[in-house]
Design a binder for this molecule. Structure first.
Ligand SMILES: O=P(O)(O)OC[C@H]1O[C@H](OP(=O)(O)OP(=O)(O)O)[C@H](O)[C@@H]1O
Ligand SMILES: Nc1ncnc2[nH]cnc12
Length: 224
């Protein structure tokens, strides 16, 4: 659920957090890629060809990936502090002993939350980054698959855990994180994300677990 629907309605901190997030269109991939292909010279055809594609590109500008960049939030001391504090206020009395952060951007919020609520921080990493024995969980992306890994022994059976990431889109990454923790015997109490994309619209649970989101995505229009 969104924080604004759960006790923080009208809280100016949420608006400031949202404003501190930058939108970068067409990152990490352009909405449309033009191949260099056949370069034979046919000037008139080329003019119409490129004019046509210019129109399509303009359309794609509005339809392409709108990357939600939280690095600008990290530059804003107050917004960054408020982000961490909102999570800390929510989780400090829930008897949480594990804060699991998802690589890479979950690492930017998770450790501060863990320190403040007196829990340990457990990194959930992409393959071949953790040196010890690991358990792995694959998940499906829009194109292909990815994998998260956790050190064996990082979490004990019966521990109460939360999962922290910067953003939830399809929920595939958080689902894999929940499965890893549950395989180790932990109880996942909730997943917390700074941003929830429209893919998660109306979704307040994930694999049966509550999902807590601070803000929706920013639009390009809001930034410029
Ligand atoms: O809800 P989902 O559809 O699974 O997408 C959300 C995930 O996508 C982003 O990470 P990304 O996979 O881009 O990895 P990175 O942070 O290492 O760049 C984001 O930080 C989340 O972890
Ligand atoms: N639009 C987006 N911005 C940032 N990270 C993402 N991960 C998946 N979609 C994303």
């Amino acid at each position: 659920m969104f924080a604004a629907e759960n006790g923080l309605k009208g809280d100016p901190r949420l608006e400031a957090i949202s404003r501190a997030i930058r939108v970068v269109p067409h990152f990490p991939k352009p909405g449309l890629s033009l191949s260099s292909g056949d370069r034979r010279r046919r000037p008139r055809f080329c003019f119409f060809f490129f004019f046509f594609f210019f129109l399509i590109l303009c359309g794609c500008w509005f339809l392409g990936i709108m990357f939600q960049d939280i690095t600008t939030l990290l530059l804003d001391h107050k917004a960054f502090k408020d982000t961490v504090e909102i999570f800390v206020d929510r989780y400090r009395d829930m008897d949480i002993s594990v804060v699991a952060g998802v690589e890479a951007r979950g690492f930017m919020f998770g450790p501060s939350i863990a320190l403040a609520i007196g829990a340990k921080f457990v990194p959930l990493r992409k393959p071949r980054k953790l040196p010890g024995e690991v358990i792995s969980e694959e998940y499906v992306l829009e194109y292909g698959v990815d994998c998260l890994q956790m050190h064996v022994g990082a979490v004990q059976p019966g521990e109460r855990a939360i999962v922290i990431d910067d953003l939830v889109a399809t929920g595939g990454t958080l689902s894999a994180a929940i499965k890893l923790l549950e395989r180790a015997g932990a109880e996942v109490v909730e997943c917390g994300c700074v941003i929830g994309l429209p893919e998660t619209k109306g979704q307040c649970r994930l694999n049966g677990k509550p999902l807590y989101i601070l803000v929706g995505p920013r639009d390009l229009d809001d930034c410029c």
